[in-house]
Design a protein around this ligand. Structure first.
Ligand code: SAH
Length: 294
């Protein structure tokens, strides 16, 4: 099969199968060879690598991943595209195609299928509306993953990589930092896709940490504390957390102070280290076995 990445070839394939790109599935197909080769560089594949690709589309990226990896597993939700992929990628002997919605799959099970031998690399030109839930789901089962390279909406990249103090800093920024190192590698113009999306994109690389950035005694509680703190950004950390954890304000205020944090401050001013500290102080009261004591 010819290279799929050119505007001419992509248009030809879409026309041949009478495919109208589906907005609901965030279908914007890559048509720029330069961007494709820059993405490949960032993926840094070796012939032993196992890859999970999410949303292969007509196979533009998949076609160049297969010759550079040991195995590629590609998950595509749109049934119309599955039969196209079987044809466009018929030369790819190391490809496993799965039809399904990645958000509804058991990722632990899927990742164990992708590779039993070594950690895998997850790669995707992500449908924009599933970016955050998917990244959070992948981080929950992160052990079998080495890196994730994703094309995302520029604003999502800013939120994922933000540090404390600004408007982009939120629950996702904090949790992503605990589990990984995330960086924006480059920005991408809407013109390199058909149809062009309404927003700018960025390529991000997320490298899973061997150990959490700061140790916490209960990861679930960390997520609850971080999410609860940012639920109402304008409220103080005390008010947000007493609402989300359903805790008495007097007692909570004491605990927050014990953790070295001013109860009237807002979540956006807290560093990941402070969230870890706060979680560990709260753990004594509401962690695992103590939940009934609230
Ligand atoms: N990788 C291709 C296509 C990107 S468009 C390229 O770069 O050209 C995004 C792709 O993700 C589409 O093929 C879309 O059908 C697929 N997709 C959208 N939601 C999905 C989901 N929940 N699970 C799996 N695939 C999904």
């Amino acid at each position: 099969m010819d290279k799929l990445v050119s505007p001419r070839k992509t248009a030809e394939v879409l026309q041949k199968y009478d495919i109208k790109p589906n907005k609901k599935y965030g279908q914007n197909f890559l048509i720029d060879e330069n961007v494709l080769s820059k993405i490949l560089q960032v993926c840094d594949l070796s012939p032993q690598d196992h890859v999970l690709e999410i949303g292969p589309g007509i196979g533009t990226l998949t076609q160049v991943l297969c010759p550079r990896a040991k195995m590629v597993t590609a998950v595509e939700v749109d049934r119309r595209l599955i039969s196209i992929l079987q044809e466009t990628l018929e030369d790819c002997r190391n490809l496993q195609l799965i039809q399904g919605d990645i958000l509804k799959m058991d990722l632990q099970e899927l990742l164990s299928q992708v590779s039993k031998e070594r950690k895998c690399k997850v790669i995707s030109n992500l449908p924009y509306n599933i970016t955050t839930p998917l990244i959070m789901k992948l981080l929950e089962v992160r052990d079998p993953i080495e890196t994730m390279v994703f094309m995302v909406q520029r604003e999502a990249a800013q939120r994922i990589t933000a540090g404390p103090g600004g408007k982009d800093y939120g629950a996702v920024s904090v949790l992503v930092q605990f589990y990984s190192k995330a960086e924006t590698v480059f920005n991408i113009s809407p013109r390199v896709f058909i149809p062009p999306p309404e927003v700018e994109s960025s390529l991000i690389k997320i490298t899973i940490r061997e150990r959490l950035l700061y140790s916490v005694r209960d990861e679930k509680l960390l997520a609850e504390v971080v999410r609860g703190s940012f639920q109402h950004r304008r409220k103080s950390i005390l008010n947000s957390l007493s609402a989300s954890l359903k805790m008495n304000k007097g007692k909570l205020s004491e605990l927050i102070k014990e953790a070295g944090i001013e109860p009237s401050c807002r979540a956006e001013s807290l560093s990941p280290a402070e969230f870890a500290n706060l979680t560990n102080f709260l753990y004594n009261i509401i962690g695992d076995n103590n939940r009934t004591k609230i």
